[in-house]
Design a protein around this ligand. Structure first.
Ligand code: UDP
Length: 325
């Protein structure tokens, strides 16, 4: 099978490419390298450098490579930034996704896996969150992914596109060779580990007055390899119908609990200070992933927060400058 992976030079995309290559798939990565890293792309994958905003470039790649399916990771993905630049977020994510979907329809490619998000659930009525939960995006980022889910639903009705929307909770951890490197870094676990590496003095905790057990935000951290595995299962199941899954471990950890786990894993005291709430952050997001477990037999291999943080720590220690070396 030949898979086109947009954003295959990014964090989640690059680890999924690694797994796809291991399963024997032929992989073409389409990435503009604006946020991703050339060194993150598996050497067995072909890298096409191109921007999804450029419809002609997308057409060229699809016409030349003729993939059986597309996994679409390339997107702007930061909740906080989307609250400052809403038009850029909704504009880029929706326009680029639409370019890709339209081009796929024209080129007869009708299997699509979308990176969706827990940010669809800004006001969950209950925790853990299943697929029946009302969608109320908490940020323009979440809204942009909701729009793409809706566009895909209509693309199925009108053009027979099969799709899987995978709503990730908090991707974390690393494979042996690939890990998380954003510039600038904004995610909790890599920032905490930068403190342990001596690259940063302290971590700022964004708010401690949320209605949670210790007042800090609760998130469901899922190992990147488990996330990647879900893509492969979803792709295999696509011919039996389109599907949407919430993807997490089903257990939530507070910001302070993540810092504690990192202290235990690294043996470093990891100084922290209290800061303001970050706009757009819901108090708690924890997945109910029973649907993907029941339908696809997905089961996380690394559900423990400690092992997730430990894998990230091993990667960051081996690559203190990330892919910049
Ligand atoms: N967070 C924090 N300090 C930081 C970065 C993140 O307290 O420097 C919190 C953030 O408010 C959220 C959680 O850590 O509650 C996870 O944030 P991250 O940006 O890693 O992922 P997100 O939940 O936005 O996808």
């Amino acid at each position: 099978m030949k898979i086109l992976v947009t954003g295959g030079a990014g964090y989640i995309g690059s680890v999924t490419v690694e797994l796809l290559v291991e399963t024997g798939a032929q992989v073409v990565v389409l990435d503009d390298l604006s946020l991703g890293h050339r060194a993150a792309v598996h050497p067995s994958a072909e890298l096409a450098v191109g921007d999804l905003a450029d419809r002609a470039a997308v057409d060229e790649v699809l016409a030349r490579t003729r993939p059986d399916a597309v996994m679409h990771f390339a997107a702007r993905s930061q909740v906080g930034e989307s609250m400052r630049e809403p038009f850029r977020y909704v504009g880029d994510n929706v326009r680029n996704g639409l370019n890709l979907i339209e081009s796929m329809v024209e080129h007869g490619v009708r299997r699509f896996i979308l990176s969706s998000t827990a940010a669809l659930f800004g006001e969950p009525s209950k925790i853990p969150i299943d697929e029946q939960e009302r969608i109320v995006p908490g940020s323009p980022y979440g809204e942009s992914k909701h729009m793409l889910e809706r566009i895909l639903a209509w693309t199925e009705v009108v053009h027979g596109m099969r799709f899987a929307a995978l709503r990730y909770f908090n991707a974390a951890g690393a494979s042996e060779a690939r890990g998380e490197h954003h510039d600038p870094e904004t995610h909790l676990i890599p920032l905490v580990l930068q403190v342990a590496l001596g690259q940063r003095e302290r971590i700022t905790v964004f708010g401690d007055d949320y209605p949670t057990r210790d007042g800090t935000c609760i998130r469901d951290y899922i190992h990147i390899i488990d996330l990647a595995q879900a893509h492969i299962l979803a792709l295999q199941a696509l011919d039996q119908g389109s599907r949407t899954y919430n993807l997490g471990n089903g257990q939530g950890f507070s910001v302070m609990e993540v810092i504690e786990a990192a202290r235990a894993v690294t043996g470093h005291p990891i100084a922290h200070v209290l800061g303001e709430r970050r706009p757009g952050d819901p108090a708690a997001l924890v997945a109910d992933s029973s649907k993907i477990r029941a339908e696809l037999g997905w089961s996380p291999r690394f559900p423990e927060l400690r092992s997730i943080v430990d894998s990230a720590w091993r990667w960051h220690r081996a690559h203190p400058q990330g892919y910049a070396e």
